[in-house]
Write a protein that binds this ligand. Structure first.
Ligand code: GLT
Ligand code: MN
Ligand code: MN
Length: 383
């Protein structure tokens, strides 16, 4: 089994992932901060394909124009010397106190205008460094109390912002798509567009829905107790799976952002199997960070672990698809003409008149226990 990542695997990490210094609400950072250039070298060492960033991961929010140029020059040189790509960029619309009530949905119109201003500059920066995907994670786009904001008005404000930014990208002639990243809560008490399903419905109300897809994250759907694979599959089927954030998370917890596959192995397996089976060709972005117990050797072990687990599960998916026992059960389960009936008045009348043996339908045993156990044994390496 070859577990060495190659550029074709499209494994990427954000500067904020391997650069996470281990601060949490109860404790100070445990790792010294590395510069963006140093982080590019860490990632290159682990075998990643690309690096993503928020505007302020790279250029501090108060940098002067000349500081910005120097930073971009140095970063570009690091990318060139390591061959790392920048497939995706995003805006930090959550850290600064200006965004305490949200960015695009804030009640203060000056804050909403500043959010557009900041995002346009951040889009320019991302495009300058080669990004073709632009993520929107609205961490502060929500409320603690519904007394404070009209939720329908908030959706309208969101729509106005995306329509404005899509028009900006088109006007600049950029080759850039947008991916919305839903999350149900944290840091806000409740965040708007809380799930992948909500984001998919919203996209169809935009002026340029073809430019906008989703960036589902494992942990975020799991925080809401949802089935991540089902969300991903619906996005894929709608042609909207533009990007994906891979990590892991125990259900019912805070946003843990653990190493991919570290908690729900079977869930991770079916996710990888789905992405590989359908031929998803986008980035596999690991939006996670190392345990707070780690030094930078541990951070590298974390990054390598994300990619290795993905590659192991990819190989397991190949074995699952080739396994004769599993395939025999699948053939049995899916026997019969599976096509959906085409409607005609005659077909409907014939179907209404058709006799069914309801008791026999209910009595038929389905070998799902066997199939799931075979899956578990294959994953455990005893098959
Ligand atoms: C933040 C969040 C992630 C988002 C990032 C993009 S930043 O760390 O927890 O899920 O993908 O803004
Ligand atoms: Mn997260
Ligand atoms: Mn994410």
């Amino acid at each position: 089994m070859n577990l060495t990542p190659t550029p074709a695997d499209k494994f990427t990490f954000g500067l904020w992932t391997v650069g996470n210094p281990g601060r949490d609400p109860f404790g100070e950072p445990v790792r010294h901060k590395l510069s963006p250039v140093e982080l590019v070298h860490v990632l290159a060492e682990t075998g990643a394909y690309g690096v993503n960033f928020h505007d302020n991961d790279l250029v501090p929010i108060d940098a002067t124009l000349s500081e910005r140029s120097q930073i971009v020059r140095d970063f570009r040189a690091a990318l060139e010397s390591t061959s790392l790509k920048v497939p995706m960029a995003t805006t930090n619309l959550f850290n600064d106190p200006a965004f305490k009530d949200g960015a695009f949905t804030a009640n203060d119109p000056q804050v909403r205008a500043y959010a557009l201003h900041k995002t346009m500059h951040a889009i320019d920066l991302g495009v300058e460094l080669g990004a073709e995907m632009y993520v929107f994670w609205g961490g502060r786009e929500g409320v603690e109390s519904d007394a404070t904001k009209n939720p329908a008005e908030a959706i309208k404000r969101f729509r106005d912002a995306f329509n404005f930014l899509c028009a900006y990208v088109r006007d600049q002639g950029y080759n850039l798509k947008f991916a919305l990243e839903p999350k149900p809560n944290e840091p806000r008490g409740d965040i708007y567009l809380a799930t992948v399903g909500a984001a998919l419905a919203f996209i169809n109300t935009l002026d340029h829905p073809e430019m906008v897809g989703v960036n589902p994250e494992v942990a975020h759907e799991h925080m809401a107790g949802l089935n991540f694979l089902h969300a991903v599959a619906q996005a894929w089927e709608a042609g909207k799976l533009f990007h994906i954030d891979l990590n892991d998370q125990a259900f019912g917890r805070y946003d843990q952002d653990f190493r991919f596959g570290s908690v729900n192995l079977k869930t991770a397996f079916f996710l990888v199997k789905f992405l590989e089976d359908v031929g998803y060709s986008g980035m596999r972005h690991f939006d996670a960070h190392a345990y707070r117990t780690e030094d930078y050797e541990g951070v590298k072990a974390f990054a390598r672990g994300c990619m290795r687990t993905y590659l192991v599960l990819k190989e397991k998916a190949r074995q699952w698809n080739a396994d004769p026992d599993i395939q025999a059960l699948l053939a049995e389960i899916n026997a019969g003409d599976q096509s959906a009936p085409a409607y005609s008045r005659e077909a409907a009348a014939a179907l209404k008149a058709r006799p069914f043996d309801r008791a026999a339908l209910g009595a038929r045993g389905l070998p799902y226990e066997q199939l799931d156990q075979l899956t578990v044994e294959l994953l455990l390496g005893v098959k």
